[in-house]
Design a protein around this ligand. Structure first.
Ligand SMILES: [Zn+2]
Length: 345
């Protein structure tokens, strides 16, 4: 039995947990609706159930969560209003005794897609989630882009309509204010999955428009898109997004920019969370009394540096990009400090 990971995805409409093996296979998957209150109690019950069903005890835990996420595992997901400054990493560690890594859902998705999905071997791409909210995670030079506070890649709050609608973030005219499940349901008065075709197309068009700018800014030409809304809208969404990209992305280095669905389908969030656990061993874990911490080697990647920073996984997962061995670069777990020269190239 290979090493197993407890994987958790915190979404605005559902909480999902599972057990994922080192080959990225989802062995167990369970979920519950996200309650409006007492979210932790619901999540703790779900996690206990999944861990109890695991064939062997998991070695580590990864959590993908709607942002914003702080480097110390404190989360304030926009679409889970009862969680503001919630210390999910500490809570999961106390509940399970497992070293735990927390990052945004889209950065998790990007990591998983580099590991076993549609972006294997690709050093520069963006992973996008279009679901309850819209979010992104960028891999540049084979490394997960962290940003100053660990929230790099948040395309949901790119302004696409300067005088547009108010956004849940407090801003105005954000992509999220047009393309998130909640925005569409508010606009149409019906379940987002039953949105009229024009809305599905507009969703694709606006995501494609935002991506054209991302491609020019970050120099990439692949977007891997998941999330229940994008996958549910299917071809209508992807064709509209690709058309907009073809129209907008005209610079030589972004022409030919492709948008594709996640290779891992509906397993993408859990495999992404597992990728966080596999490749980003937490640096500051202190187990509650009486709980033995697994040896550090147990949480290191089999194919990469055993003590790599949070950004290593994608370097190794993304194929030939050499590991820089900079060791001092903190990822999400260490506050995303700059690591000059750690380009992976
Ligand atoms: Zn916003």
């Amino acid at each position: 039995m290979s090493e197993l990971y407890l994987a958790i995805d915190i979404g605005g409409t559902k909480l999902t947990a599972g057990i994922v093996d080192a080959q990225g296979a989802v062995l167990i998957r369970d979920r519950v609706p996200t309650p409006s209150r007492d979210v932790w109690q619901a999540l703790a019950r779900l996690v206990r159930r999944v861990v109890a069903a695991s064939p062997t005890p998991p070695a580590a835990c990864g959590v993908g969560c709607g942002g914003p996420v702080k480097p110390d595992g404190i989360v304030s997901p926009l679409y889970v209003p009862s969680w503001r400054g919630f210390p999910i990493r500490d809570q999961i560690e106390q509940l399970t005794g497992l070293p735990t890594v927390v990052d945004t859902d889209a950065k998790a998705l990007a990591s998983g897609e580099a590991w076993h999905g549609a972006a294997q071997g690709v050093n520069d791409f963006i992973g996008v989630v279009v679901a309850t909210g819209v979010s992104g995670g960028i891999i540049s030079g084979g490394r997960l882009l962290q940003g100053r506070s660990g929230n790099a890649g948040g395309i949901g709050h790119m302004v696409v309509e300067p005088e547009g609608r108010d956004c849940v973030c407090g801003g105005q005219g954000c992509l999220d204010a047009y393309c998130s499940r909640s925005a569409i349901e508010e606009e149409t008065g019906r379940a987002a999955q039953r949105a009229p075709r024009a809305i599905m197309e507009r969703t694709g068009t606006l995501v494609g428009r935002a991506l054209a700018s991302v491609g020019a800014v970050v120099d990439l030409k692949l977007a891997v898109v998941g999330g229940s809304l994008a996958l549910g809208f299917g071809d209508v969404f992807f064709e509209a997004a690709q058309h907009e990209l073809d129209v907008r992305a005209r610079l030589g280095f972004v022409s030919g920019f492709k948008i594709v669905p996640v290779g891992l389908g509906h397993h993408a969030p859990l495999v992404g969370a597992a990728a966080l656990a596999r490749f980003a061993p937490p640096q500051s874990f202190s187990p509650p009394s009486g709980v033995a911490r697994p040896p550090a080697d147990d949480t290191g990647p089999a194919t990469g540096p055993a003590t790599g920073p949070a950004t290593e996984p994608t370097a190794s997962a993304a194929g030939p990009s050499p590991s820089s061995g900079d060791g001092g670069a903190g990822g999400a777990a260490e506050g995303g400090q700059l690591s000059p020269g750690a380009t992976g190239e």
